[in-house]
Design a binder for this molecule. Structure first.
Ligand code: BQF
Length: 309
């Protein structure tokens, strides 16, 4: 079993991005600039935004944080989106998800100029990705493709089973790996992945275990800790765990009764301990797909800068 070390690959890619951005600066160009809009103070969202800002700073992307209260109206948030669309100093921006319940996410996403949509979630970018045209690919699917590419794990002709049908992960990663390889996408690494046979499963799928047992690659993005168990995995399969679940730490994992660490830990959707020994390749949580998602956002920001500035 080989661990797919997203933490390490992401660090390598950040070093590459840093070189590219240093070169821009040395040539007298302005550096790329990302804006991040956060609505409210959901602790997970605050952490994710901090991760993104720190990564930008590391590679030399300018980053602007725009914090709005969770009482902001949809109209006010739309006005902020329109302002960012029109600001020539901003190459790309994201609206951190999820949004409060009184705001319609799809209304907000649809208002983002697709050229600045570095999360790749606008209808234009989703449609162009589906049609195999140059597009900004959403961050987690791009990160998964990059991770497979850097470990030389081919997808052509392979059966990929995706568990989860979200607009952010399940649907776009299925599309991406099913595509005819598109060699000239800016910012893509040499290996181009696609040509997979893809099955998308979800909460109403009958006999998920039987379908998974036919998979060469399983991508789990269900948000359900322990969902993928060893009996569902064919020996030698590749396992990509997109789940990020915060679960209570059991007492035997705490060193002493005075253990000052928080009483929760991050786990994925995979029963890692029992699945890992059967897998050829598997992503850990944390340190697998998560860091790749962040680095994809940086790559998308540089792509938006290169294409439109
Ligand atoms: C790691 C996200 C669900 C809903 C909205 C590194 C992140 C997470 C884990 C991170 C995520 C998950 C992000 C690790 C951003 C990934 O080391 O394993 C980074 O910051 N993520 C998000 O912005 O919105 C989400 C998950």
């Amino acid at each position: 079993m080989t661990l797919l070390d997203g933490k390490q690959i992401a660090a390598t890619i950040r070093a590459e991005l840093r070189e590219e951005i240093d070169a821009l600066r040395q040539a007298g160009h302005r550096v790329p600039c990302l804006a991040v809009v956060i609505v409210g103070e959901n602790p997970a969202s605050v952490t994710y935004v901090r991760n993104k800002m720190r990564a930008c700073e590391e590679v030399g992307i300018r980053v602007e944080r725009i914090a709005l209260p969770d009482t902001v109206s949809e109209e006010e948030l739309l006005a902020e989106v329109h302002r960012l669309n029109a600001d020539p100093a901003i190459d790309g921006f994201i609206v951190q998800l999820p949004l409060p319940a009184h705001i319609n996410e799809s209304t907000i996403l649809s208002a983002i100029d697709y050229r600045k949509d570095v999360d790749g979630l606008t209808p234009e970018n989703v449609g162009r990705t589906v049609q195999g045209q140059p597009s900004i690919v959403s961050a987690t699917p791009r990160g998964i493709r990059e991770l497979l590419a850097r470990y030389n794990i081919p997808t052509a002709g392979k059966h990929v089973v995706v568990i989860g049908r979200s607009n952010i992960v399940g649907k776009p990663v299925a599309m991406l790996l099913m595509q005819r390889p598109y060699l000239s996408l800016p910012g893509m690494s040499a290996a181009s992945l696609g040509d997979a046979t893809v099955t998308i499963c979800h909460s109403k799928t009958q006999d998920l275990a039987a379908i998974c047992r036919t998979a060469d690659i399983i991508i789990v993005a269900a948000g359900s800790p322990g969902l993928l168990t060893a009996d569902m995995v064919r020996p030698g399969a590749t396992i990509i765990d997109v789940g990020i679940n915060r679960v209570p730490t059991t007492n035997d994992q705490r060193l002493t009764t005075n253990d000052q660490r928080p009483a929760t830990k991050l786990v994925g959707d995979v029963d890692f301990e029992n699945v890992a020994p059967k897998a050829a390749y598997i992503t850990p949580v944390p340190g697998g797909v998560g860091p790749m998602t962040i680095v994809s956002l940086l790559q998308n920001t540089l792509q938006a800068y290169n294409e439109h500035s």
